[in-house]
Design a protein around this ligand. Sequence first.
Ligand SMILES: Cc1ncc(C[n+]2csc(CCOP(=O)(O)OP(=O)(O)O)c2C)c(N)n1
Length: 328
Amino acid sequence: MPVSKETLIELYRTMLKIRLFEERVAEIYWEGKSPVFNIAADPIPGEMHLYIGEEAVATGVCAHLRPDDMVAGTHRSHGHYIAKGGDLKKLMAELFGKKTGLCQGKGGHMHLFDANLHFGCGGIIGAGIPHAVGAALAFKMQGKDNVAVSFFGDGAANIGAFHESLNLAAIWKLPVVFIVEDNLYAISVPKSKSTAVKSNAERAAAYGMPGVLVDGMDVMAVYEAAGEAIARARRGEGPSLIECLCYRYKGHFEGDPQLYKPEGEEEEWRKKDPIPNFRAKLIKEGILTEEEAAKIQAEVKALVDEAEKFARESPWPEPEEALKHVFL
Ligand SMILES: Cc1ncc(C[n+]2csc(CCOP(=O)(O)OP(=O)(O)O)c2C)c(N)n1
């Protein structure tokens, strides 16, 4: 089916939102960092895992989702949250640990939760996979046509919960889509050293579900594959797996020296950068003019500026609130 001009522009805008948001986070993150933590000088405490380079994956998948569909993310989930329609101001404030953040500053960058968008993520590798299966079971039991999507890395695809989740989802024909983000590494471990099969898409057959490998640097390839899998899930035909081959341009975490990346590898993958390539394609095909593309860039930058200002000016949580919402 032809994709509308509005959808194509929206895909571009979403990828750009993720990129510009995270580039800003990368700048702010180093502000005042020192071995001795100083909350007054260091606005974003804790670790930081960025999604820069992988934007086409979250964008192409989430473009098919409704606010009441569920997404289970990872430790690298700013992009998943933004693509699901998340609020940049609340997201930035959460990274700053501020009271106005998504989780009132108590979650930080790895623990984002938004009940209105049915979105959650966390730092335990692979933990979101069974969560998505649980949400899919709930949708099925409630007779809804909603879908749950689980994003996770090639490393996470080797934990037991991955295999158990795929098995159960297939047996019970649950409306869930498993998205493997193969960015070549799990921290510093190359996929070739952790996974015997070439692609996780091959593993899907062992559980009786469709599995496809797509170019995760091409938002249209992801959009098309995800569209089929999500429509199939909504029709009650069960789960699917999509492996998206992609690349993270940053380290596993901010500060990672990335000594495990072979020389020249990043330069090769820079040629496939999903954002400038898609921009050039839209201009070439007459979907966008240079002026319109520049206007989108300025609009997205303004949103990021606004999010940063909001986070900086927001209050800290009260110390008395530290144990509120903690369930023991
Ligand atoms: C259960 C568990 N084991 C180990 C870790 C430490 N850890 C954090 S990130 C990571 C690698 C994840 O790699 P992958 O799933 O490929 O995702 P990517 O970081 O590439 O997005 C590991 C092992 C963890 N957080 N949780």
